[in-house]
Design a binder for this molecule. Structure first.
Ligand SMILES: Cc1ncc(COP(=O)(O)O)c(C=O)c1O
Length: 412
């Protein structure tokens, strides 16, 4: 940014990764002439659901069209509806807050823990009302929300937990899979995620009747022989195609190795970044016994570093390091308009016709001044890749004051 050569001139690992296995899987679907999700269950869908459930350590899994529809279906399967409140974290993608609105329930925003950027169980406790039906913790970036504390809170108040596991397929908390702690877990296979078919999602379920309800809700409300749930369900077509399931079968094969590799590279990156004053990587919780990295997150201390977070990120990009700032607090995101008729109607039904604008100070601070986010594929390379990131951060730190004082063509 001040002239000179960037640290990194070569691209990092390209995402998504695929090889002959995806090709063969797709060919298999092509010649089978069985391409869709109906009539279900289908060959690839059944196989993928069974393999993913085993991988995640849950009884069963239900493939869906996306992570967004997985969350919507999970809440509907639990009976969340008009007049209810659902607690979600302030920092997440808008889909987490969209899901309750799709059920005509009000999303209520909890602040996040500065150590992880995941939902803060203390903030959750303060937001529980007689209308609260569920908590949707998001396992954000590479961390898992504090499942011990949240499970206890949910038990105490008889609330359901739906884990938003969009970022962390394969992750384990005290040796138990993410998505197996709550009543249901929801995953995304959208293009940028750690395993992908371009689009897609899956719901993990322990309870057979909840599974039946999810199956019915994603399949236009159809019942399967032997289903035991009683009330009629209004469903839609949220099925996953055979193409997606086929690709995901191959993606899943690579997951254990990719998870381990990224985790090793992340440990190297953490320990080296920590040595730079003003940079604080998000630490790995000791209870996170298998760590899936979707985003490598670290915090900067603008005062100690001597330059604003925004200018730091701009400088990292100028050095050839892909990075961003993570998700903005949903309640102020352009993707979650607070004056949308659907949101306002959901609030009204929950007795809040003029909902106050939420304000979560930790989420605001993290988003405005602290978080730096590096996409996971960068960690799929070798040690030299990690060392380039560290070299870029160290270079910026060493000339932070000069950078802060420089007149640049844009603000920040
Ligand atoms: C935390 C979180 N939840 C849910 C979703 C929604 O997933 P999808 O894009 O597959 O609908 C995303 C997607 O980016 C996400 O990051």
């Amino acid at each position: 940014m001040l002239g000179g050569e960037p640290i990194r001139k070569r691209p990092f690992t390209r995402w998504p990764i695929f090889d002959h296995r995806e090709r063969a899987q797709l060919e298999d679907v092509l010649v089978s002439a069985n391409w869709g999700g109906f009539p279900s269950p289908n060959r690839k869908a059944s196989e993928f659901a069974a393999r993913f459930a085993e991988f995640q350590g849950v009884r069963c899994a239900i493939p869906t069209s996306s992570g967004t529809t997985a969350l919507e279906v999970a809440l509907k399967a639990l009976g969340v509806g008009p007049g209810d409140e659902v607690i979600v974290p302030a920092i997440t993608f808008a889909a987490t807050a969209y899901a309750p609105v799709a059920c005509m329930a009000r999303p209520v925003f909890a602040d996040v823990d500065p150590a992880t950027a995941c939902i803060d169980p203390r903030s959750v406790e303060q937001l529980i009302t007689p209308r609260t039906r569920a908590i949707v913790p998001v396992h954000y970036a590479a961390a898992l929300a504090d499942l011990d504390a949240l499970t206890e809170t949910a038990r105490k108040h008889s609330l359901a937990i739906v884990e938003d596991c969009a970022h962390v397929p394969g992750a384990r908390w005290r040796d138990r899979g993410a998505g197996s702690w709550g009543a249901l877990g929801c995953f995304s296979f959208q293009t940028t995620k750690p395993m992908t078919a371009g689009e897609g999602g899956i719901i993990t379920a322990g309870d057979p009747e909840l599974e039946q309800r999810c199956q019915s809700l994603i399949n236009c409300g159809r019942r399967r022989p032997g289903d035991t749930f009683e009330e009629p369900l209004l469903g839609a077509n949220y099925r996953m195609t055979e193409w997606q399931c086929a690709v995901l079968l191959s993606q899943l094969e690579r997951m254990p190795e990719q998870i381990e590799h990224k985790s090793r590279q992340a440990a190297r990156l953490r320990s080296r970044l920590e040595a730079i004053g003003g940079i604080h990587p998000i630490a790995r919780d000791a209870r996170l016994t298998r760590e899936t990295i979707y985003i490598f997150l670290f915090r900067v201390d603008e005062r100690k570093l001597g330059v604003s977070r925004n200018r730091f990120v701009r400088a990292m990009r100028a050095e050839g390091i892909p990075c961003g700032v993570g998700n903005d607090p949903v309640y102020r995101s352009a993707l979650f308009p607070a004056d949308s008729p659907q949101y306002l109607a959901a609030c009204q039904l929950a007795g809040a016709p003029n909902p106050p604008r939420p304000f979560c100070p930790v989420a605001e601070r993290l988003f405005e001044h602290e978080l730096v986010a590096i996409p996971h594929e960068v960690l799929l390379g070798d040690d030299a890749d990690v060392d380039d990131i560290v070299a870029a951060a160290a270079k910026i730190a060493s000339c932070a004051r000069e950078l802060a004082g420089a007149k640049l063509d844009r603000t920040n």
